[in-house]
Ligand binder design. Structure first.
Ligand code: PEP
Ligand code: MG
Length: 543
């Protein structure tokens, strides 16, 4: 029995068998090979791989479908195939040629540190090419072939990893590196999958197939637990399940603090599936829909497809409001084909800055949103807005979209509400200007606002000491936003991971906030804290 310490990325307790996600190094025999025979085998393996991917896509939900289709498409890439055939003609085996070329393409993309979208594609290339290599080598196909639920161990987690196995097959995740602030970690939390990061590379050496207790709330895991420890863990899992049942009863209670102040609890979501979970946990709507994730991993949906996506989010929200954030491509976001060489690092052209550089793609999204807003209470907000010029430029495009929909005679909601997601300190300091320019609502995004206020990269574990979502500096900025909202009479919501931490939730409540948007799995904890808290300190209460 050995305890491994890491850092919590998604809370929970689970016991199971480890399955190591291998990005393995291949060894190949040196031949001699008959190029004609190798070429023939290559064609056969490519077609088997594509039909495997296509049949997976047919069975999968829409997000997973896009991944499989993308990988299948990549196996038709003429440039890559030409290089593979060239190597085979030079006397290399088909498997070695696929490995060599696939690895080179993947490395090239993986090294693009300023382009996370292409880095993401790098994993897809390796996924697809190792499928072909496995077919050529008569081996079972990679870890997607899981036949029972496991605790996944990997060097680090990409957002696609969690979408790459049938749901319910991943009990938990342990990674050697990575950060709890990454979007992959956010997805794990949204899917209620316990996860820890930063256990170190040694863990991966000999973990495959062994039993582990993953206590991600504590940020640790126990490999090969002895009988007593295992029994204890099983008891605690039962106890947690009992507590969960109790917490579920909280769902039904109206949102009122102990001293009678009403509050609104919303959820941060990615799409219809987790909106559904959030609604079951008592959310009264979606305070942040991260629309960039609809595109994962390879393609921007067209207007009609986006319209269906937003409409299905409204259906999942059962008549409650859904606040959609326009694409936040850039920084740690997947960018799909929206990425056209624009520098989109954290301090570069991400979010609305990227959208404004790509007006056609932005118009497609706005038109789809305006149309969906005719079907239910959908509002729209822009991420990474810095100043009122960004706002004006974005609203100028919105106006153009309204005109075009009118001309096309397509029904849409003329009165769709538009707001700003405040994650840049400059925008918080001038919040009243957005309101003066017609902004309908404000949303404070604590994840990025903390990062930019404290100049601490949210992905960087070593900078964690500077990442303080409830610091005096944050309080000042939040207070300024609330003052602007009050003066302009517009609603303000606060969202981000920090808001799901009960101590912070109560602090934000006592600062005057009444609308909170948290990850689905934090809803009940936050609600409990709010129900038990006093919104107004005693000396503020009316006589
Ligand atoms: C935020 O920045 O506070 C936020 C909730 O958005 P994201 O985590 O998607 O950057
Ligand atoms: Mg953000």
């Amino acid at each position: 029995m050995r305890i491994w310490k890491g850092s919590s990325a998604s809370p929970g307790l689970v016991l199971g068998q480890v399955s190591r996600l291998e990005r393995h190094v291949e060894t190949f025999s040196t031949g001699p090979f008959n190029p004609e025979r190798e070429l023939q085998q290559l064609e056969g393996a490519l077609s088997t791989a594509k039909s495997e991917l296509d049949s997976m896509a047919e069975r999968a939900a829409s997000t997973e479908q896009a991944i499989f289709q993308f990988q299948s498409m990549m196996l038709e890439d003429e440039g890559m195939l030409r290089e593979i055939r060239f190597c085979i003609h030079a006397g290399v085996s088909a498997a070695a040629a696929v490995d060599k070329v696939g690895q080179r393409y993947a490395d090239q993309l993986a090294n693009m540190a300023d382009n996370p979208y292409l880095q993401l594609r790098s994993v897809d290339i390796l996924d697809a090419t190792s499928r072909v290599i496995n077919i050529l080598s008569n081996r079972p196909r990679m870890w997607l072939a899981l036949d029972h639920p496991v605790i996944l161990a990997a060097d680090r987690l990409m957002p696609t990893d969690l979408f790459s196995v049938p749901s319910g097959m991943i009990l938990g995740v342990i990674t050697a590196e990575g950060s709890g602030q990454s979007h992959a970690a956010i997805i794990a939390r949204a899917m209620n999958i316990p996860a820890i990061v930063q256990v170190g590379r040694d863990f991966l050496e000999d973990c495959d197939g062994r039993t582990v207790i993953l206590d991600s709330t504590k940020g640790e895991c126990i490999l090969d637990p002895d009988v007593a420890t295992r029994q204890q863990a099983e008891n605690r899992i039962c106890e947690l399940q009992r507590k969960n049942t109790e917490m579920n009863q909280l769902c039904a209670l109206p949102g009122r603090t102990r001293d009678g102040q009403p509050f609104e609890l919303l959820a941060n979501c990615f799409g219809p599936e987790d909106i559904d979970t959030a609604m079951q946990s008592g959310a009264r709507g979606v305070g942040l829909l991260r629309s960039s994730y609809m595109m994962l991993p390879g393609r921007i949906l067209d207007e009609q497809e986006q319209f269906y996506f937003y409409s299905s989010c409204l259906v999942a929200a059962q008549g409650c409001p859904v606040t959609v954030r326009t694409f936040d491509f850039g920084a740690d976001r997947t960018m799909a084909d929206a990425y056209q060489g624009v520098q989109s690092s954290k301090l570069g052209l991400r979010g609305i800055r990227n959208s404004l550089r790509q007006p056609r793609q932005f118009e497609t999204q706005i038109c789809a949103l305006l149309r969906a807003a005719a079907r239910g209470p959908l509002r729209v907000m822009f991420p990474m807005v810095t100043d009122v010029e960004d706002w004006d430029a974005a609203m100028h495009i919105v106006e153009r979209c309204r005109r075009s929909l009118r001309e096309r005679g397509v029904p849409f909601n003329e009165k769709t509400q538009f707001g700003v997601m405040l994650s840049v300190p400059a925008a918080c300091l001038t919040a009243e200007e957005f309101v003066a320019h017609g902004c309908d609502f404000l949303v404070i995004g604590t994840n990025d606002l903390t990062q930019y206020t404290h100049a601490a990269d949210r992905e960087l574990a070593s900078a964690e000491r500077y990442y303080r979502p409830a610091s005096p500096a944050m309080k000042k900025l939040i207070t300024m936003v609330m003052d602007a909202a009050k003066q302009g009479n517009v609603p303000v919501t606060i969202c981000g991971l920090a808001v799901g931490n009960p101590a912070n939730t109560v602090q934000y409540l006592q600062m005057g906030l009444r609308s909170f948007s948290v990850s689905p799995q934090n809803l009940l904890g936050a609600k409990k804290a709010l129900l038990e808290a006093d919104a107004l300190p005693d000396d503020n209460k009316p006589e």
